[in-house]
Design a binder for this molecule. Structure first.
Ligand SMILES: *[C@@H]1O[C@H](CO)[C@@H](O)[C@H](O)[C@H]1NC(C)=O
Ligand SMILES: *[C@@H]1O[C@H](CO)[C@@H](O)[C@H](O)[C@H]1NC(C)=O
Length: 475
């Protein structure tokens, strides 16, 4: 598309452009490719006088005989929203049918009263099909006018005989959608996705804080499968649902300027959803009646709210690296210990015997994991929690050989499966190499001990071997 011999100015007058072009390039030249659009004209007035309507603007394609047509549309339609029509006002389509009332449209003698007819076979919603009142026939008067609703209750409007919906940019048929951050046509990059599983087992029946859901959150979702109940506290400190030990029915609740849809299925399953954005902080809790098998929750948070949220969560002990045990009181609540505090009993599944682990001895293995890991440290195992998908070790960090970011004195280390390899025993000390697992959006931060990774009982000999390994990593 470099066929013209000068950079084209924005043409104000097509004629001027044409003249100029001819003067500079000679007649027509060897122009090829598409022509060029004039700038858009201004938007027309709204097509309707009340309710929804359309506004249109147009542009023209300037091209030489050899040039192709311009790419794109000559017209652009925009939704316009005027105050609602007064009750009893005649709908636009009815009006278009009624225009033919009393006119001899089907022969010189006969005239009819016309009302919209929606039952035509293979109907095009944008055809003006009208029924002759009191007669068993309808007639198609061609297309409806632009801006006519496609059908009852639909969002779509007819544009040049096609049913189109407005995108979030207001343009008909643009297909523009709001992203999960609420930006029209955005790519989800102005907010962060927070997704976690609240796994605190809970040592007693009652309300437990699950998470703060900060103001501005969107696409909120929480779910669990147990006889426990999700509870929600609004910005005013009052329960929105399942408060004060009373169970609320499934339904829609208003909270923080959004609608919270709460469903409790017949089975032991509860979900909570809200589109947001929320106008206040919400506090999600769980009313425990049996040990918590895990509560999934997620929401999208404006970027600027994420930092404060994380700080607040940490201050409240809900660190985003899965719950940090409090210094000084290492809790290694095994499910059955927690259970003792509950009035109801659930049978504890008997653990499967673990298959033997692969052999992970040797220098090569140590080097591989030392050099490839984010953290190498010596730690004592204070507790572990086996779950179906993963095992969580609670460890006290004693000596750090290598780290990418600071380690806390108490950390959780996660290993895949309920039979991790190599296994670590309670109250023993290990030298271990862990990966840091962070979601691209920074919302999940965990120490992971990979399967067949490096975790060897601590000994002075292993200590010096690890120090030696440090010198052999490729830079
Ligand atoms: C934003 O995220 C949602 C949920 O993951 C996804 O369905 C959607 O396609 C994403 N939108 C864009 C524009 O990437
Ligand atoms: C739960 O969080 C609220 C709000 O931050 C706090 O006031 C309350 O003490 C917490 N409750 C528990 C049991 O931690």
């Amino acid at each position: 598309k470099d066929s013209l011999c000068f950079p084209r100015p924005h043409p104000l007058w097509n004629l001027l452009l044409l003249l100029w072009t001819l003067l500079n390039c000679g007649l027509g030249g060897s122009a090829q490719g598409p022509g060029e659009w004039t700038p858009w004209g201004s938007w027309s007035r709204c097509s309707s006088s009340c309710g929804q309507g359309l506004s249109v603007r147009s542009r023209r394609c300037i091209r030489f005989p050899r040039e192709e047509r311009c790419w794109g549309d000559t017209h652009e339609y925009r939704l316009c929203q005027l105050p609602d029509c007064p009750p009893g006002a005649m709908p636009f389509r009815d009006l278009q049918c009624a225009l033919y009332n009393g006119h001899p449209v089907l022969g010189p003698q006969k005239t009819y009263q016309w009302v919209p007819f929606y039952g035509a076979p293979a109907p095009n919603q944008c055809d003006l099909n009208c029924l002759a009142v009191g007669h068993a026939f309808y007639h198609s008067f061609g297309r409806v006018l632009d801006g006519t609703p496609c059908s009852w209750g639909s969002q779509g409007l007819c544009v040049a005989g096609r049913c189109l919906n407005a995108g979030c940019d207001g343009l008909m048929g643009s297909g523009a959608r709001e992203d999960h951050c609420g930006r029209c046509g955005g790519t989800n990059d102005s907010c962060l996705f927070v997704q976690r599983v609240f796994r605190d087992t809970g040592a007693f029946a009652g309300y437990w804080n699950v998470t703060l859901i900060p103001e501005g959150a969107r696409h909120i979702y929480a779910a669990h499968r147990s006889r426990n109940h999700l509870a929600l506290i609004g910005g005013d400190g009052r329960y929105v649902l399942n408060g004060n030990g009373e169970v609320s029915p499934s339904g829609t609740y208003e909270a923080a300027g959004t609608r919270v849809v709460y469903t409790r299925a017949a089975g032991p399953e509860e979900t909570l959803r809200a589109a947001g954005p929320t106008s206040q902080d919400l506090l999600l809790q769980v009313l425990l009646q049996e040990p918590n098998p895990g509560i999934e929750f997620e929401f999208w948070l404006p970027r600027e709210r994420y930092g404060p949220f994380q700080e607040q969560a940490q201050a409240l002990g809900w660190s985003l690296r899965q719950p940090q045990p409090l210094e000084g009181e290492p809790q290694s609540l095994e499910p059955q210990e927690a259970l003792a505090a509950f009035p109801t009993r659930t049978p504890k599944p008997t653990p499967d015997p673990c298959p033997p682990c692969p052999d992970t001895r040797g220098r090569a293995h140590r080097l591989l994991h030392y050099c490839g890991s984010d953290f190498v440290f010596r730690a004592r195992v204070l507790g572990h929690l086996r779950q179906a998908q993963e095992t969580r070790y609670e460890v006290r960090v004693q000596l750090v050989y290598k780290n990418r970011s600071p380690l806390q004195s108490l950390e959780y280390v996660w290993a895949p499966g309920r039979c991790p390899c190599p296994p670590m025993a309670l109250h023993r000390e290990y030298l271990l190499a862990a990966q840091r697992l962070v979601n691209p959006d920074g919302t999940q931060d965990r120490l992971l001990l990979p399967h067949a990774g490096y975790a060897r009982p601590w000994s002075p000999a292993e200590d010096s071997r690890v120090r030696l390994a440090a010198r052999h990593c490729p830079v």
